[in-house]
Ligand binder design. Structure first.
Ligand code: ADE
Ligand code: ZN
Length: 327
């Protein structure tokens, strides 16, 4: 199965580019930019990645992002991720970036966007990896700050396919951002949102009914509400599930208890993704390997998950068909 996972062309739909910052690059950029980080060496960094919750991760993740200053830093970060995609036979990616993590530190929206986009463009021409970029609003910040970010994005609208919602979930429900998502949709952005990662199923209902999402990021809390599961199946609203992330952040006790296989078998359009691979111990192939082992997935089920990764993407119907035909 490990060989098959490697061999199959895959799409990744839930990936925070800041979450691909490997300790080695973190150290190199900290030194280059003269930024102090609270670690002496790579080993110390890895020891710090012992999370007890989403918030315990986010604190470390935002601190890590402080080393990203120049356009070339964002290029290097994105290029390193794309090289890993090439190595893992990931052929299409839809990646998140968190502009507010950087604009709050005085880095311009343009610096961040240009660095990421230059790498994505090179990834398309040199590596043959197609890509879309999704801008995420940080939900622990205010609605007003999200509106400011939306405004800043407008000159670069052609380079951004959609908007998402991430960061600390509990206490910051989708309803807080209903108006800014309506304004984003009016600008032509596609809509996704993290919901039901640590939050309960009401966060998923709100993302569907108030934000009108095209897909849900995580969504594993749907299981507690049979009506919601039926709704997701009927409407084929995709869930971008991140198994290693869920176990690392203790949203799920262990991989054997992850509900992705159960949801797949019920007919939910679930996909496999890595979320923040530098922090959670694996890229997309390691996520597939972990669930195949722990949940005894069959070859047919594995192929179904891979097929879903294209089905749930923002590619055109024709592009989806081409990718799926190549499986
Ligand atoms: N930002 C980066 N990773 C995240 C996650 N798993 N949940 C919420 N916000 C995030
Ligand atoms: Zn995420």
């Amino acid at each position: 199965m490990k060989n098959l996972i490697q061999q199959l062309p895959k799409a990744e739909l839930h990936l925070h580019i800041e979450g691909t910052l490997e300790p080695e690059l973190m150290f190199a950029l900290a030194q280059k930019n003269n930024i102090s980080i609270p670690y002496k060496n790579v080993e110390e960094v890895k020891n710090a990645y012992n999370f007890t919750s989403l918030q315990s991760f986010l604190d470390i993740y935002y601190a890590g992002a402080n080393v990203l200053i120049t356009e070339s830093d964002f290029f290097d970060l994105t290029w390193a991720y794309l090289l890993t995609c090439k190595a893992q036979n990931v052929v299409h990616v839809e990646i998140f970036f968190d502009p507010q993590t950087h604009t709050k530190r005085g880095i311009t929206f343009e610096t961040v966007l240009n660095g990421i986009c230059k790498a994505l463009e090179r990834g398309e021409t040199e590596l043959g990896i197609s890509s879309f970029l999704i801008m995420s609003f940080l939900r622990h910040l205010s609605e007003e700050e999200a509106f400011e970010t939306l405004e800043q994005s407008l000159p670069f609208k052609e380079k951004i396919i959609g908007v998402g919602l991430d960061s600390s979930e509990v206490g910051h429900p989708p309803s807080k951002f209903e108006r800014v998502f309506a304004a984003s949709a009016k600008e032509g952005y596609k809509i996704v949102a993290h919901a039901g990662e640590e939050g309960d199923s009401s966060y998923i209902w709100e993302a569907i009914n108030l934000l009108h999402v095209a897909r849900i990021d995580h969504g594993i809390a749907c299981e507690e509400d049979a009506t919601l599961v039926q709704f997701l199946i009927e409407k084929q609203i995709p869930l971008t599930v991140c198994p290693l992330s869920n176990v690392k952040l203790k949203a799920v006790k262990c991989m054997q208890e992850h509900n992705i296989a159960k949801l797949l078998r019920q007919g939910v359009l679930v996909t496999v993704n890595s979320d923040d691979p530098a922090y959670f111990g694996g890229y997309v192939n390691e996520n597939y390997e972990a669930i195949v082992d722990a949940l005894s997935l069959s070859e047919t089920e594995l192929k179904e998950l891979v097929k879903n990764s294209f089905k749930a993407s923002f590619l055109s119907a024709e592009q989806k068909e081409n990718y799926i035909a190549s499986l």
